[in-house]
Write a protein that binds this ligand. Sequence first.
Ligand SMILES: [Zn+2]
Length: 79
Amino acid sequence: MTERCYRCGSANVRAIKMEMAFAPLKAEPVYALGTPIVCLECGLVECSLSEEPIRKLRERALLQAADTAAGGQALQRIA
Ligand SMILES: [Zn+2]
């Protein structure tokens, strides 16, 4: 494997297992396991999520968008 960091160009990169928690505002956190490529020079972490956490985040984002839309309409009515 001859991966390089795309930000700093260093070859000092490693695949390191990681647990991530995504906490959208007003929504339950989404936990995901991943094995991102971590640059040990500049600290860049590059990772793709699997389908399951992506689906959950998409659902929560849609819920938030609906909330924001409702709030926006309410504000317009007040004004
Ligand atoms: Zn780097």
